[in-house]
Design a protein around this ligand. Structure first.
Ligand SMILES: *[C@@H]1O[C@H](CO)[C@@H](O)[C@H](O)[C@H]1NC(C)=O
Ligand SMILES: CC(=O)N[C@H]1CO[C@H](CO)[C@@H](O)[C@@H]1O
Length: 284
């Protein structure tokens, strides 16, 4: 709602050749925050990363909704989650009164709906989701998989999610308790197949690979300058601290998102790279 100004900026001299990143951004009507995103098709042809950034209103409350969805086994699951997750969340009757519950239930419902819609499809597809929901001063970050959310607080990088990797001690325990196995096949994988321990979709591994998010809450107050959401295409080659020090001096979140994407590409990230940046405005 209001002030959303999306553009597909093409880079003049993109070192990667044919597929420059697509980017855009916008600002909330009340000028409390602005956002930018950038997404790169990478070195190969297919794209499995999706993102969403929108501003909505529930009653008089301005709501910011941001997400990064990194697909595997094709783009179907990521595309579905992008299309439905925030709609399901905004429709939830407890969205304002119990936002955490609403987020957890919207994740669950979206996963179930996706699996139902995909019934009969031979090949399993799945997706991560790293989402940030702004309700007034409250910031709720929910995570499934290995995309990541990091904020800059008092100049320091503070992660607001913990990657769901199969060899995380508690994740491995949860998988083994459910009768699954975690095996080393090039990296740690559930059932020797999947390199994340939670995801949307992945029907064949659903007993172990759940879409139950871990949710963290923070307050946007003086000192909290911006939020970075990104897929592992960024985090594989750029640390949390590096991302925060690179974004810090760049006031326009769209420019900052483009810069992070370009840096990840320059460092040789071969994966899809998607970044969403939200900058909080504490003036007046
Ligand atoms: C999980 O495995 C990776 C290597 O793939 C390693 O870097 C990381 O430290 C491991 N984490 C834990 C909790 O063992
Ligand atoms: C363009 C690009 O890098 N595409 C890749 C996105 O990620 C998937 C899964 O890792 C790859 O299969 C694509 O080739």
């Amino acid at each position: 709602m209001g002030g959303v100004n999306k553009s597909m900026a093409k880079w003049k001299q993109w070192p990667g050749g044919n597929n420059p990143p697509s980017s855009g951004g916008g600002q909330s009507e009340n000028e409390k925050f602005s956002y930018g995103f950038s997404s790169l098709r990478g070195k190969r042809a297919s794209m499995e990363d999706f993102h969403d950034a929108k501003i909505s209103k529930v009653g008089e409350q301005v709501i910011g909704l941001f997400g990064v969805f990194d697909g595997h086994g094709g783009s179907r699951a990521a595309e579905y989650v992008k299309k439905h997750l925030f709609d399901n969340l905004l429709k939830h009757p407890k969205f304002i009164d119990d936002t955490k519950l609403a987020i957890a239930e919207a994740y669950k419902q979206t996963d179930q709906d996706y699996l139902r819609a995909e019934n009969g499809n031979q090949r399993d597809a799945g997706s991560t989701a790293s989402t940030a929901v702004l309700v007034g001063e409250r910031l709720l970050v929910a995570n499934v998989g290995d995309s990541r959310a990091v904020i800059c607080r008092d100049g320091t990088a503070v992660p607001l999610s913990s990657d769901h990797k199969p060899n995380r001690t508690d994740e491995r325990q949860r998988i083994e308790d459910a009768g699954g196995v975690v095996m080393w096949v090039g990296t740690w994988r559930v059932g020797g197949v999947l390199a994340v321990s939670r995801a949307f979709g992945d029907r064949l591994l659903k007993r172990y690979v759940v879409a139950e998010p871990e949710i963290q809450e923070d307050t946007i107050k003086e000192g909290v300058d911006f939020l970075v959401l990104a897929s592992d295409g960024l985090w594989d080659v750029v640390t949390n601290d590096e991302a925060v020090s690179m974004v810090g001096p760049v006031p326009d979140p769209q420019d900052a998102a483009k810069m992070l994407t370009e840096e990840a590409y320059r460092r040789g990230s071969a994966d899809n790279i998607t970044c969403v940046i939200v900058r909080f405005n504490h003036g007046n």
